[in-house]
Design a protein around this ligand. Structure first.
Ligand code: MG
Length: 416
């Protein structure tokens, strides 16, 4: 054993993911809960990402079920390959305590062991950097071990006997605490405690590492845990967490477009997907539909993905005289692809002629048809410029648009 105090004041991580999760009915994949996906990533991957992006993270030992170490399920093989440089994968043991000991031994065999170690269950994916900072400073302050705890808010009853209809009594919840992971320790201290327990018969009764450290005389310091650090135990827990973290937010974008009337072309002209009679045609690479172009840019603006010229460059011959309804259809498909939906579209057409009023309802219906929205979620307005400027002089037609979208707030799930 080489567990002399290390000089590296980082926090190494042992990520326990070797459990079979017997209370969790596996989903279609048949894999234990730690391999289930939350926002396209396994719970293991969420943990790794959060640990590795924390500046004081040392090395990570990932403890997997023994039968998987050399035969990783395909779904997570790719995920783990992204972390290969900083994560060592090892096989777990028969109990949680055995798996933690395997992890500590693997850490002790490396030459860059840190002074501190945190042991964490992969079933708690939402580890915050704030919590890791607090754990580490408690260890720096001299604590043997430090654990996150939370108060109990439910009334708790204790059964007096084992029979199903047993009498029970309320116990004082003020004296109770819920214990979470990661639990952090002076590395030498927790390794010694685990090694002493290795052959004990009552090993299975130790449900966390703090109990093991305490049995060896270590003093455990408590810090306030984190409600978001919930443990996934039952399938419903995962469903609830999925809903919780896929919160939607509302975003708006604006768009503006102009096309010039041509003396050499005659109408009709396209406005909001409708052919409107007009003596002059429009100069444009595509069909010159200012309403649709402004709406596309409003949607791309809310998505933050660029502008219409980015997706349909005028330099490309295939968009020459193209019907612009396909551009708006594309923009609205982009919203769906981002996991969102369009709440509302509002376009204002600016011209003296043609008069828009007679076509307003038809335009709304056409936009509803292109986007798949209810026409009550679409507004078409029009104004003249009172004879002023290029629109006033009838040299061209302009449109302004606003798009309101509901989008998943994926980048909001910051790791505090
Ligand atoms: Mg245009």
């Amino acid at each position: 054993m080489s567990s002399a105090p290390s000089s590296i004041a980082r926090l190494d991580i042992i990520l326990l993911a070797a459990g079979a999760g017997q209370r969790f009915s596996p989903e279609a994949s048949g894999l234990p809960k730690q391999f289930q996906k939350l926002q396209q990533k396994s719970l293991i991957s969420h943990c790794l990402e959060r640990f590795l992006s924390w500046p004081d993270c040392g090395q990570i030992i990932l403890v997997l079920p023994p039968d998987m170490v050399n035969d990783l399920p395909l779904a997570i093989k790719d995920e783990l390959s992204a972390y290969a440089n900083r994560v060592t994968v090892i096989a777990g043991g028969a109990s949680r305590a055995d798996s933690a000991l395997h992890g500590l031994i693997a850490l002790d065999r490396t030459d860059k062991i840190s002074r501190y170690v945190a042991i964490h269950d992969a079933a708690r994916p939402l580890v915050s950097h704030r919590l890791l900072d607090t754990l580490k400073s408690a260890l720096e302050g001299g604590a043997d071990g430090v654990i996150p705890v939370l108060a109990v808010s439910d009334t708790i009853r204790q059964k007096i006997s084992d029979s199903p209809m047993a009498d029970s009594r309320v116990i004082d919840r003020n004296s109770l605490m819920r214990v979470q992971t990661p639990q952090a320790f002076q590395t030498g201290r927790i390794l010694a405690a685990h090694q002493k327990l290795a052959n004990a018969e009552n090993k299975a009764s130790f449900t966390d590492d703090a109990m093991i450290a305490e049995a060896d005389g270590a003093k455990i310091t408590l810090i306030t845990g984190d409600e978001v650090l919930k443990k996934i135990t039952y399938a419903e827990d995962l469903t609830a967490m999925r809903q919780e973290i896929s919160q939607m937010e509302t975003r708006t974008g604006s768009g503006y477009d102009v096309h010039k009337f041509s003396d050499k072309k005659t109408g009709p002209i396209m406005i909001c997907g409708l052919a409107i009679p007009h003596p002059k045609g429009l100069l444009a690479h595509s069909d010159g539909d200012v309403g649709l172009h402004a709406l596309c840019d409003a949607i791309f603006g809310a998505l933050g993905t660029g502008d219409i010229g980015h997706f349909f460059p005028p330099s490309e011959a295939k968009w020459k005289e193209a019907a612009s309804d396909q551009f708006l259809k594309f923009a609205s498909d982009c919203v769906k692809e981002a996991g969102g939906r369009i709440i509302h579209l509002d376009v204002t057409l600016i011209c003296e002629r043609p008069k828009i009023g007679p076509y307003r309802e038809q335009m709304k219906n056409r936009l509803a048809e292109i986007t798949g929205l209810a026409s009550s979620r679409i507004s078409v307005k029009a104004t003249t410029s009172e004879g002023l400027g290029f629109t006033g002089r009838q040299e061209g037609i302009a449109a302004m648009a606003q798009a309101t979208l509901s989008l998943p707030a994926t980048d909001q799930a910051k790791i505090e």
